[in-house]
Design a protein around this ligand. Structure first.
Ligand code: GDP
Ligand code: MN
Length: 351
């Protein structure tokens, strides 16, 4: 039967099934890196994340890691992370203007709004650092000098898990197909964190209609033709992206506009809805890819492939576990709905 055929094939040592491999420092087919924003105390849970990334994927590919922090990294952090990989590692501090209030933000108003959100019980509602983090991840991380040399990036966070082997190069997969954005979990937003985000998006679109291509993916974030936001977003703690998407003129205009609106500080706009709305407005369906075959866990939710992929990629997650597997839960509807997005007409496709 099918299962025993697959199992037989798997008895061969895994290295024979993986023709591609690059050594640290080798030129790679894609100029790509992992990017990790972290605090010094995060090193222990990052070792977990890196252990899995290395075992499941990167020991074969040796893509470099870029670590970024708003404070200087400690020697302990550097030693405890660089010892997890043979690949090149880079450590950078974030420029102060990328982790502070723009001059047009009223800090007292921001503090009041934080207090209100905290009292309301909104997740991270009272946190100032979380807001700097979201703003940085929304529009600034790719401007860091250490990121300049790279064309693609894959985001990693502390405490995440890779629960299946990744036997091919997702960067190359994207480059060959001209895919700009890759995701594995999509979920609804806590609307208390973004009450006026869509209004700002509408203002932006009215002022810059030239940035919106005719065939885009807006339907996925707004089912009423742009009137309201349904909260669907790609969970950006996992994200593989072509950095030319973020460095594009349209994305820069978009981020600068949102930054002026103040919602990163007066509300608690997350980088996930910001990236996702931009992808939906600016990209065609074919330029965005669901890495459905990647088993990924971030505290709260996981995506777990099923069927043959589960078996051959040595997955350890349970796709049927409804409490964790987002795609089987109500919160995961957005993932399935992505597939319902109409295809771009053949002659109009960029990817
Ligand atoms: P959550 O995933 O939304 O629950 O938030 P996390 O606590 O995982 O933060 C998201 C990412 O930003 C992680 O990679 C964190 O390590 C990083 N991060 C969050 N806050 C800070 C901060 O104040 N400083 C630094 N350097 N990194 C942070
Ligand atoms: Mn996280």
């Amino acid at each position: 039967d099918r299962a025993s055929q697959l199992l037989n094939r798997m008895r061969r040592p895994a290295r024979y099934q993986r023709p591609i491999s690059y050594k640290p420092g080798d030129p790679k087919p894609v100029n790509a890196c992992f990017a990790i924003l972290a605090r010094n105390q995060d090193w222990r849970s990052l070792r977990e994340s890196m252990k899995q990334m290395e075992d499941r994927f990167n020991h074969q590919f040796n893509y470099p890691y870029v670590f970024l922090n708003d404070k200087p990294f400690s020697e302990e952090f550097k030693n405890m992370t660089r010892s997890m990989t043979q690949a090149d590692v880079y450590y950078g501090q974030i420029a102060q203007e990328h982790w502070s209030y723009p001059e047009w933000i009223d800090k007292e108003k921001a503090a009041e709004k934080r207090k209100e959100m905290e009292e309301k019980g909104v997740m991270y509602g009272g946190s100032e650092s979380y807001r700097h983090m979201c703003r940085f991840e929304s529009g600034l991380f790719f401007k860091h000098p250490l990121m300049q040399q790279f064309d693609y990036y894959w985001r990693i966070e502390p405490g995440i898990e890779y629960r299946c082997d990744i036997n091919y190069d997702p960067f190359l997969f994207m480059k060959e197909r001209r895919i700009k954005y890759g995701w594995t979990i999509a979920i609804y937003e806590l609307m208390d964190t973004v009450p006026t985000l869509w209004n700002s998006v509408k203002k932006f679109v009215a002022q810059h209609p030239e940035t919106i291509p005719e065939y885009n993916s807006q339907w996925w974030v707004s089912r009423d033709n742009g009137t309201s936001y349904n909260g669907c977003h790609f969970w950006s703690n996992f994200e593989i992206a072509d950095l030319s998407f973020y460095r594009s003129e349209q994305y820069s205009k978009f981020f600068e506009f949102l930054d002026r609106e103040g919602g990163f500080f007066y509300e608690r706009w997350g980088d996930a809805p910001v990236h996702s709305i931009a992808a939906a407005l600016f990209l065609q369906k074919e330029e965005v890819h669901w890495f459905d075959d990647i088993g990924y866990y971030h505290p709260g939710w996981q995506h777990c492939p099923s069927g043959d992929t589960w078996l051959t990629n040595r997955c350890t997650c349970d796709p049927k576990d409804k409490s964790k597997t987002i795609t089987n839960a109500g919160w995961g509807k957005c993932s399935h709905e992505w597939k319902l997005l109409p295809d771009t007409p053949a002659g109009q496709r960029k990817a």
